[in-house]
Design a protein around this ligand. Structure first.
Ligand code: SPQ
Length: 438
């Protein structure tokens, strides 16, 4: 799934971004379209599906679970739903590559099946914390073995009777919430998940869109087991997490103007817009509309002088995947940017606090990592060599940093950009970034 070759991005310094572009489909919604489409009764047609490795890992896993899925081709996928009780035992372990969402959501869904299953992934995924899902699933009656460290492989024992729980999440995590709601589909009684701060709600929206009642109010989502899902048509909007690199790139590169088309602006995902606007970015939200239960809009961004800010902690879960890009914006801002309350960044595909601080320092930026965030003093950016540690978002963030660098920026270990943003290099080059690959 992930390659061991060292793919290197070479990015020329300077330039500007311009034109209209549409970034690939939303990763979170693409995963959920396969999962819920597979569990529905009838045929679900998906458009705008992300043909990146993470979403494809979910798609392959459901094929291995006996679901007939055609595509993807040109963003279109056709899923012959098997109903909530129609999945089949897979022939071997399900390899989820680099994808935390696939593993954590599948853990909940598979805990309710009659058969055993095993979940594995690449080196990064096998070192990410899984007790956050196996703990509450055990309270529901699931039996899942992890390593002593609480990591994958996850060995899931089928045939358990699950019961609904009332669970107060210690961390704001859409993956934990979604995992428990999926297990709740198979549980006796009611499953309620309380979140300490709002997190992305695509699972709740899609369940409701497929006719499964979910009660959402005041930070709590509840559902009862034993219902059924109706197949539907799902239009996946462009991923705001992918758009974020271009929002930052166009903001920091003088003379830039970009129109990003059909971007998902679900309010649980728009922290990046709020943070950039507080920093002085010039972003217009145009033609807001709704497709398939998700709000979308076109985003026009023009270069603007940015200023450092203290990032309000309540915006952190709403922008959790955008901090690699936002750190680059902070490096180009006048003054100091302070991020706190973001310790979750340390357990993503890489330790995004340490890896971004190391890379920014290698480019001469004054960046100080803290336990739960970073302090960045804006200033000049030098050229240099940085390491993405196989983390797609780190690689793309540093590619944008080159727009303001005084020399070329080389970025190691970029193959995993394909997990979330296939075609990034071509699209970025078309928009004006001087990027090549070796
Ligand atoms: O799927 P994965 O690897 O965990 O992907 C990331 C990403 O940057 O693409 C996180 F590393 O996104 C997560 C996100 O951080 C996707 C997600 C979801 O689809 O539910 C939720 C967030 O994770 P969490 O841990 O906050 O629930």
């Amino acid at each position: 799934m992930t390659t061991s070759t060292n793919l290197v991005f070479h990015v020329h310094p300077g330039g500007r971004l311009h034109g209209r572009l549409r970034v690939p489909g939303d990763k979170s919604i693409s995963h959920r379209s396969i999962m819920l489409g597979s569990l529905a009764e009838g045929v679900t047609e998906v458009g705008g599906f992300l043909e990146g490795e993470d979403a494809l890992a979910t798609l392959k896993a459901f094929r291995a679970l006996g679901v007939t899925i055609e595509g993807p081709g040109d963003g279109r996928v056709r899923i012959e739903g098997v109903g909530l009780h129609g999945l089949k035992a897979p022939a071997g372990p399900l390899d989820l590559g680099n994808s935390g969402t696939s593993m954590r959501l599948l853990a909940g869904l598979l805990a309710g099946q009659a058969f055993d299953s095993e979940l594995v992934g690449d080196r990064s995924l096998m070192s990410r914390p899984m007790r956050r899902v196996t703990g509450p699933l055990a309270q529901m009656g699931a039996r899942i073995d992890t390593t002593e460290a609480g990591t994958a492989p996850l060995r899931i024992h089928g045939g358990q009777r699950l019961r609904g729980i009332d669970y107060r999440m210690p961390v704001a995590s859409a993956q934990v919430k979604s995992c428990l709601l999926l297990a709740g589909l198979y549980a006796e009684g009611r499953t309620c998940v309380h979140e300490p701060a709002p997190t992305r709600d695509h699972t709740e929206r899609m369940l409701a869109g497929m006719g499964y009642p979910v009660d959402v109010s005041g930070g709590t989502a509840c559902l009862s087991g034993g219902g059924s899902l109706r197949a539907t048509r799902i239009e996946v909007p462009a991923d705001i997490s992918s758009a974020a690199f271009f929002l930052v790139g166009a903001s920091i590169a003088p003379g830039s103007e970009l129109l990003l088309e059909h971007v998902g602006i679900n309010p649980t995902r728009t922290g990046v817009l709020d943070i950039l606007e507080r920093m002085g970015a010039d972003i217009e939200v145009l033609n807001p509309r709704e497709t398939g239960g998700e709000p979308v809009a076109d985003l026009r961004v023009r270069a603007a002088p940015l200023r450092g800010i203290e990032i309000p902690p309540e915006l952190v879960p709403l922008a959790i995947d955008e901090f690699p890009a936002l750190f680059v914006a902070a490096a180009c801002a006048e003054g100091t940017t302070v991020l706190t309350g973001a310790e979750e960044l340390r357990v993503k595909e890489s330790d995004r606090i340490q890896v971004m601080a190391d890379g920014l320092q290698a480019l001469g930026v004054e960046a100080h990592p803290t336990a739960d965030g970073m302090v960045i003093h804006g200033g000049p950016i030098a050229g240099g060599r940085v390491h993405s540690h196989g983390d797609h978002r780190i690689a793309m963030a540093f590619a944008m940093a080159a727009l303001r660098a005084s020399g070329p920026v080389d970025i190691d270990d970029c193959a995993n950009v394909n997990t979330s943003f296939p075609g990034f290099v071509d699209l970025a080059a078309r928009a004006g970034l001087g990027v090549t690959v070796s």
